[in-house]
Write a protein that binds this ligand. Sequence first.
Ligand code: DHB
Ligand code: FE
Length: 282
Amino acid sequence: MTTIESPTAAASGASASRAVRDATARHGQAATSQERLDTVARAVLGAVHDVIREHQVTYPEFQAAKRWLMALGESGEWPLFLDVFVEHVVEQVAAESQQGTVGSIEGPYFLPGQARLPAVCTLPMRDDEPGTPLVFAGQVRALDGTPLADAEIDIWQNAADGFYSGFAPHLPDGLLRGVVTTDGDGRFEVTTILPAPYQIPTDGPTGTLIENADWHPWRPAHLHLMVRAEGHRTVTTQLYFTGGEYLDDDVANAVKDDLVLDPAPGSDGRLRVEYDFVLERA
Ligand code: DHB
Ligand code: FE
């Protein structure tokens, strides 16, 4: 069923596809060499051939796979599918050569150019925004411990109903998104709400796969963060919350122990959690 509370996979997919095209327009298209393309493309095809041999895949199964891949493309779901089922391994490989705060996947819902906010701020929300208030505070530092003033913490998260602004027509643009600038001591304190567990859209081909294979479509509740500072490598990561559902069973496989936080009531009674980011030099 398509209601205003449940945006379709097609609409989410189309928005996510547009975001990929916009990012390509902004940053250009990174090229790879012919040699590298030859190596990687051959290896991908070889891995598929191996699966067919190992599992004795039949003609009817091959045709079903073709139909499903056609539907995935026609419905614009490739970005959602790749970010859920593939990106975590690309991120793990990148992380092997990185120091500082551990990363996690970006996912399909980052949007650039959000509201710029001071170090102590509240993310854009509606009056009476549903959800549990949360204060998220910390410091951005270099590897050697130097505080990084004027660092930017780009934050995006879902609303209590599980949806992301910009990808769900019933939510105002810019809701629960912002770019926070750290103070002279690298610190920040952002008031927001606890994000909700997230269900990837299930009404398209990705949902069909999940249902027919008897998997589940859920990610644990998470904050998305992209932390930038002059002269340092940008960190893209996510933060999770202890005790939440799907932490051990994330459909996108993107939880890391270091990124699971334990919020507790602060002196004013609101839930508070602290996390410091550490950036390596670019
Ligand atoms: C997807 C959505 C997310 O919010 C996320 O963090 C990762 C993946 C997705 O629907 O593909
Ligand atoms: Fe997400």
